[in-house]
Write a protein that binds this ligand. Structure first.
Ligand code: ZN
Ligand code: FE
Length: 273
C-alpha cells in the first residue's frame, strides 16, 4: 500500500483526543461540545449565548451542529450560531428544522472531518416522532437528546409507548460502558420516582447517594452509562416481575404485559411530585 492510500490512518494518528464539555443552559439543559482543543461540534444548542461563551473561553471554533429533535430548547440557538459560523447542521430527516443541511435517519453517519469524528445515527421515536440519537462507537459516547435520561426517559409528546420502548431497547443494546450524554439534569427527581417503583433495588439506593453528592458539589450527574441505566432506570426495567408486581399493587396496571407496564410507569411519572 502506497503512502497516499494510508491517508486515513495517518490523519487519525495525528488527531488530538476528543473531549466532551457540558455547557449548561436554561434551567436544566446540557448542550454538549465535542472538541479537540481547536474545533468543536455542538449537540442540541437550544441557546447560542452559552455556546459562544464556551467557544470563546476554550478558544474553539465551531465546525458542526448536531440536532436530535425539533424542540426549541434543543434548536433555538441555531440561527445565531449560523450567523457567526458557516457550518453543516445535522438533524433528523423527518422533522422540519430550519437550518438543517444534512438530514439523517438510522443507518446514516454524521462525519466531522475536522475532529476525525464519525457518528452513527439511530432512529429513536417516542419523545418526538422523528427523534434521532448519535453514537460515537470508537469513543463510546451516546448523544440521545430527550429519549433516555439518567434515571428516566423523555415524555411521549408525539410517539407511542411501543415506539419508545423500541427506541430505548436500541440504546440499551449499546455496550454497557457507553457514556450517556442526555440533554437535561433531571437525575435526582427521576431517581426519587424510580425509588417509588423499586424500593428494594440496592443499586438504585447507592446511585441516589452518589448522584446527590455530585449535585451537592454543583457537578453534573451526566454522562451516565448504559450499565448504570440498566441497573437503576425503571424505563429500561419495566418488564421485570418485581416492577410489574409493584404497578399492579398500586392499581396502576391491570395486565402483566411489558409495554402496558412501561406506559403505566410513564403515566405515573407524568403526575408524580
Ligand atoms: Zn424535547
Ligand atoms: Fe429538552
Amino acid at each position: 500500500m502506497g503512502f497516499s492510500d494510508d491517508g486515513w490512518s495517518m490523519r487519525m494518528s495525528f488527531t488530538k483526543p476528543l473531549s466532551v464539555l457540558a455547557v449548561p443552559a436554561f434551567a436544566d439543559n446540557y448542550l454538549w461540545l465535542i472538541h479537540d482543543g481547536v474545533h468543536a461540534a455542538v449537540v442540541d444548542p437550544g441557546d447560542a449565548a452559552p455556546v459562544f461563551a464556551a467557544l470563546d473561553e476554550h478558544k474553539l471554533s465551531l465546525t458542526a451542529i448536531l440536532l436530535t429533535h425539533h424542540h426549541a430548547d434543543h434548536v433555538g440557538g441555531v440561527p445565531s450560531l449560523l450567523r457567526r459560523f458557516k457550518v453543516p447542521v445535522f438533524g433528523p430527516r423527518t422533522e422540519a428544522i430550519a437550518g438543517v443541511t444534512q438530514a439523517l435517519a438510522e443507518g446514516d453517519h454524521a462525519t466531522i472531518p475536522e475532529l476525525g469524528l464519525t457518528l452513527s445515527v439511530l432512529d429513536v421515536p417516542g419523545h418526538t416522532r422523528g427523534h434521532i440519537a448519535y453514537v460515537a462507537a470508537r469513543q463510546g459516547w451516546l448523544f440521545c437528546g430527550d429519549t433516555l435520561f439518567a434515571g428516566g426517559c423523555g415524555r411521549l409528546f408525539e410517539g407511542t409507548p411501543a415506539q419508545m420502548t423500541g427506541s430505548l431497547a436500541k440504546l440499551a443494546a449499546l455496550p454497557e460502558s457507553t457514556q450517556v450524554y442526555c440533554a437535561h439534569e433531571y437525575t435526582l427527581s427521576n431517581l426519587r420516582f424510580a425509588r417509588e417503583i423499586e424500593p428494594d433495588n440496592d443499586a438504585l439506593a447507592a446511585r441516589i447517594q452518589s448522584e446527590q453528592i455530585k449535585r451537592d458539589r454543583g457537578q453534573p450527574t451526566v454522562p451516565s452509562t448504559i450499565a448504570l441505566e440498566k441497573s437503576t432506570n425503571p424505563f429500561l426495567r419495566y418488564s421485570q416481575a418485581n416492577i410489574i408486581d409493584r404497578l399492579i399493587a398500586a392499581n396502576r396496571l391491570a395486565v402483566r404485559e411489558p409495554i402496558a407496564a412501561f406506559a403505566a410507569i410513564r403515566e405515573w411519572k407524568n403526575s408524580y411530585r
